[in-house]
Design a protein around this ligand. Sequence first.
Ligand SMILES: [Zn+2]
Length: 92
Amino acid sequence: MNEPQMPSCQNVSDALSDYLEGYLSDRSRISLEQHLEMCPLCLVYLDHFRQIYHVTGKPEPEQLPEDFTDVMGKVIRAWREEQDSGNQPDAD
Ligand SMILES: [Zn+2]
């Protein structure tokens, strides 16, 4: 048990608005960016989040287009599938 202190995908998604607004501490920002380097799914999340930010300036949940929720649903589903398959041996 020697896991690095890496934020989970949930931590990252929770922190993205602070990250984009520059509210995160250097330490939090660095660990978040390290997670992003290793996690394409969170990168997709960030990319969509950024687009919403650009459009609305402030992404209140009510302001998010339905498409955003749909995309995020797919991302979250992919996360779960990755976690589920992560415990199984590679069958290929
Ligand atoms: Zn992630």
